[in-house]
Design a protein around this ligand. Structure first.
Ligand code: ZN
Length: 236
């Protein structure tokens, strides 16, 4: 029987879920809810499983840190009076005011939400979400316009764009169908991070794998891409 929790070198304790699987490769993953999942072949001994986890402890710590910084980066918006929201890497305080004409105005460090029903939290949330998504799409499309010519030169077809809120990815590219999906949460991160993800996904239209050619291409266009990737602390 494997322990139900694993203690890391930082003394952090993390729950462990174990399942048996076919094949002969062990797989370890850290979920967004900070649990460790081990899938191991049927005849794996307890010792082998524990040694495997032991050998991955540094990686587990690093992955947990990434999950933490990612959570900070896309902190949940708080849409009360004096709450706060994040746009393009900046924090804004929220002001909700009664108005016959509904509108949202971003000025200085403040987001003012003008609403006919300022006490209705669900409506305020919806109103802000519509605004946020529209602004995000506009921003993402401008970024694509900026970077698409770079890959177009090498024969990439114009991709169709989709926007979604995703848990574990900032963006993805379906190479065969020519579809790029961008995560709405990206609009909470600074512009250079958005641009990096857009360039990254566009580059997949030319190079499928994350190999040297792929990153050389990105580096030529965006020499500081590593800063953005590290800031995003996640997969693209
Ligand atoms: Zn990628």
């Amino acid at each position: 029987m494997l322990p139900s929790h694993i203690t890391l070198s930082s003394q952090k304790i993390i729950p462990l879920y174990f399942r048996k699987k076919k094949g002969n490769v062990m797989r370890l993953s850290v979920s967004a809810d900070r649990t460790l999942k081990l899938a191991a072949p049927f005849f794996t001994s307890e010792r082998t499983a524990l040694d495997f986890i032991e050998s991955k402890k540094d990686w587990i710590e690093k992955t947990l840190q990434k999950i933490e910084s990612r959570k900070e980066l896309i902190k949940e918006d708080c849409l009360n009076n004096d709450g706060n929201v994040k746009i393009l890497g900046k924090n804004y305080s929220v002001k909700i005011e009664y108005s016959l004409i509904e509108d949202i105005v971003v000025c200085g460090g403040e987001v003012s939400i003008f609403s006919k029903t300022p006490a209705d939290e669900i409506k305020i949330k919806k109103q802000y979400q519509n605004y946020y998504r529209q602004e995000a799409q506009q921003n993402f499309m401008e970024s694509v316009e900026k970077f698409y010519p770079i890959v177009e030169k090498f024969g990439a077809r114009r991709p169709s764009l989709k926007f979604k809120t995703m848990k574990s990815r900032w963006g993805s590219c379906n190479w065969n169908k020519g579809i790029i999906v961008l995560n709405y949460n990206l609009f909470k991160t600074p512009q250079n991070c958005i641009d990096y993800v857009v360039l990254h996904e566009l580059t997949h239209l030319l190079y499928k794998a994350h190999d040297k050619k792929f990153y050389d291409f990105i580096e030529k266009e965006m020499p500081k891409w590593k800063e953005c990737r590290n800031a995003l602390a996640g997969r693209q």
